[in-house]
Design a protein around this ligand. Structure first.
Ligand SMILES: [Zn+2]
Length: 220
């Protein structure tokens, strides 16, 4: 019943405010067919060797990103995260699904702090994880909670400072999951990989050993 109401509501919303292409402005889709070809999809290489120095403790085995974080992708994610265009999640999750570089038993996501959730009204990574779960049939579960709220974390460029700022920002959510299951962490943008690695560290401390990550974009 609720799903049907939601569907009708979304349809009405599309009639009143039809989506328009964020690159060329054409009505119909958030990224039209022509502009889709301008998206810079990255190769499927594992980013772990690129992001972490040898000898550094790394808890996430594999990090893949779908797109280069270029101006068009920045614009899409800005609309998605800061301008309330939450239904972009379907398109973004579908792109991730098509990309297909994930093998997992459980999908989870990088949580946002309660304060940020209240401001935004949704967690951008959770919506994508849920949609990816629906498309792939892999269950989605919350395994982490964000315990620390930090302002403008992405703006600190210094690696050591950024590492320090990501320390202890997550607490685990109790889960009866088999510790041998393969966990896929979903996030929006990977910069230094520090946040993903910290999330993986907390999961690792809970006994999970197979942790990989999938993000929409990679870049500064
Ligand atoms: Zn377009």
């Amino acid at each position: 019943m609720w799903k049907a109401i939601k569907k009708i509501f979304n349809w009405l919303l599309d009639v009143i405010y039809p989506p328009f292409c964020l690159r060329c402005g054409r009505m119909g889709e958030y990224v039209c067919e022509r502009c889709y070809s301008h998206l810079d999809f990255t190769l499927a290489d594992n980013l772990v060797p690129l992001l972490f120095a040898a000898g550094e403790p790394v808890y996430v085995q594999d990090i893949r990103a779908l797109l280069v974080y270029d101006p068009l992708v920045k614009k899409i994610l800005h609309h998605y995260k800061y301008l309330g265009v939450r239904d972009l999640s379907s398109m973004l999750a579908y792109w991730l699904y098509q990309f297909g570089h994930f093998e997992a038993d459980v999908i989870t996501f990088i949580p946002i702090h309660q304060k940020r959730f209240r401001e935004r009204g949704y967690n951008q990574s959770l919506l994508i994880a849920k949609e990816l779960s629906r498309l792939s049939g892999i269950p989605c579960q919350q395994l982490l909670r964000r315990s620390v709220h930090r302002q403008k974390q992405a703006l600190s460029k210094d690696k050591a400072e950024r590492l320090q700022k990501t320390k202890n920002i997550f607490t685990p959510v109790a889960s009866p999951l088999d510790r041998e299951c393969r966990i896929l962490l979903v996030d929006d943008v990977v910069t230094s990989g520090a946040t993903l690695n910290e999330a993986a560290r907390v999961l690792h401390a809970q006994g999970f050993n197979h942790i990989s990550a999938l993000a929409l974009a990679h870049g500064d």
